[in-house]
Write a protein that binds this ligand. Structure first.
Ligand code: ADP
Length: 494
């Protein structure tokens, strides 16, 4: 058993702690973010950058074209060139320059000769009036050549995009609008980003580590404290209380554990009380039996019928204690079989009263039974009789000088369709503040009282359990002039 526990313990400790879980979660998260950044900034950036450039020149060319027939076409071209760092150039089919705005250092348009311009014209004509072409600047010779001609691959220091668009202006005159923009800066940007990226990676890993540490500390601390407390609770320290502060889950767990500690404490208290009660109740008659038996054995003169009667009485008490205890635990565990059948209540309760009276006649007790109707009920006769006998037994024990107990069978004054059986005595009654407690197991109002010492303290808890099993009600009214205990079950007059 121990071995198993230990192997379970190591299996638990071998599991990943929440600190590491949080940390690895953060590490994965950081890695994903860094990967996405790398993908966006370094791998996709050149393409995105180029895409934006292509889009900008095309859009700007379209806008310039719209303005061509107006007077402020040149102003617009200048503003656009400045804004987007472009070179704008326009020629007519004869090669005459109509417009030139240069906002690009070393503009490629100015480096390609007339032939280059005409080749762009021809290319645009072939492909729906527009064309893009990338030029590279040869590092050594300061000449531009189209990127699609493989010559000098790798030996260039900058790339330029020339967009050519065939436009009409004036009265349907045709011209070629050329826009140039430099593509190369993206390369230096990527290099800068690369350096930044390494720096950010280091920074983010440090930051993620720090955050994971702080977060896990925040999460783990209350759990560790609760775990320590729960360990104490497990060893039987029911006074342990848990912190209900911190974040919600920890607070809820704390509250639940506090509730468990209080309830376990109650159960433990009850268990101790139960054992103390039972052992006390068992010890008293056993001591008596043993004492009287020894007396009778050692002193022949004490061998009297009175002493033998004490032994018989005390054995009977032991028997009823054991029976009551068994009965009650069976009732409370719901194991008691219930046999529902029509019961002629007036007859059976009347017969019970007569039996009791007969038994106690010699001691001068009177049990007066009165019924205001011929009631019948669908119930378990045995259980009903048990409840009424317990009340009757108590009433006989505690009734006053007149030694009279009254039993009545009436309709319930509170619930329609219910009958009520009331057992009334003329005793001293029960103090008001004790009334709610008398239905508890082993509760005795006055433990020192000679009469109470005779009982088991279980009678009324059996009545309560029986009534709950039969779906009935129960209660008591008590004052100086005596007590009235009542029970109710569903039942009607025949
Ligand atoms: P017990 O076997 O001791 O009578 P019960 O559960 O039947 O146990 O009753 C619990 C306590 O309630 C008794 O010890 C007694 O103090 C009080 N009690 C019960 N019935 C009466 C009564 N008719 N008059 C006065 N006190 C009563």
């Amino acid at each position: 058993m121990k071995k198993k526990k230990r192997s379970e313990d190591t299996a638990v400790t071998r599991r990943m702690s929440i600190k590491w879980r949080v940390f690895s979660g953060f590490a994965v998260f950081t890695a994903v973010i860094l990967f996405m950044m790398w993908l966006l900034e370094i791998v996709l950036l050149p393409d995105i950058y180029r895409g934006i450039k292509y889009y900008t020149v095309r859009k700007t060319a379209g806008q310039i074209e719209e303005k061509l027939s107006t007077a402020d076409a040149a102003d617009y071209a200048i503003a656009a060139a400045e804004r987007y760092e472009l070179c704008v150039y326009m020629v007519d089919p004869q090669g005459r320059v109509l417009l030139t705005v240069d906002h690009v250092k070393n503009c490629a348009i100015h480096h390609i000769n007339q032939l280059g311009v005409f080749s762009l014209y021809a290319q645009a004509k072939e492909s729906d009036g527009e064309s893009f072409r990338v030029y590279r600047r040869d590092r050594d010779r300061n000449v531009y050549y189209p990127a699609d001609e493989n010559s000098g691959e790798g030996n260039y220091d900058s790339e330029s995009l020339i967009y050519a668009k065939i436009v009409t202006y004036g009265e349907s005159r045709e011209g070629l609008l050329l826009l140039n923009t430099i593509l190369t800066p993206v390369q230096s940007t990527v290099t800068t980003l690369n350096v930044l990226f390494v720096g950010m990676t280091v920074l983010m890993i440090l930051l993620a580590g720090l955050l994971a540490w702080l977060l896990s500390r925040h999460i783990v601390r209350p759990i560790e404290a609760l775990n320590k407390g729960a360990g104490r609770l497990a060893t039987g320290d029911y006074q342990t209380r848990f912190d209900e502060g911190g974040y919600r889950e920890a607070a809820e767990l704390g509250r639940t554990l506090n509730y468990a500690a209080v309830e376990l404490g109650k159960v433990d208290g009850l268990r101790r009380e139960l054992i103390a009660n039972i052992s006390h109740d068992l010890r008293t008659p056993l001591t008596m039996i043993r004492g009287y038996a020894e007396l009778m054995r050692d002193l022949p003169g004490e061998n009297t019928p009175e002493n033998a009667a004490v032994i018989v009485e005390e054995s009977a008490r032991l028997t009823s204690l054991v029976n009551d205890t068994l009965n009650l635990s069976r009732l409370e565990a719901g194991e008691h079989p219930v046999q529902i059948a029509p019961v002629a209540v007036r007859e059976v309760i009347g017969a019970l009263c007569r039996r009791y009276e007969k038994m106690l006649e010699s001691k001068g007790y009177r049990i007066l039974f009165r019924a205001d109707g011929d009631y019948v009920a669908e119930t378990d006769e045995g259980l009903l009789l048990q409840a009424v006998s317990n009340l009757l037994g108590n009433a006989v024990t505690y009734t006053g000088e007149d030694k009279t107990v009254q039993v009545s069978l009436t309709a319930s004054p509170e619930e329609a369709g219910y009958l009520r059986i009331t057992v009334t005595d003329s005793g001293e009654g029960i103090p008001e503040e004790k009334l709610p407690l008398i239905w508890d197991r082993y509760y005795k109002v006055d433990k020192e009282h000679k009469r109470a010492a005779m009982g088991t303290g279980l009678g009324l808890s059996i009545v309560k359990s029986v009534m709950m099993l039969l779906g009935g009600n129960f209660g008591v009214r008590s004052g100086r002039g005596g007590s009235s205990f009542w029970i109710e079950i569903a039942g009607t007059v025949r």
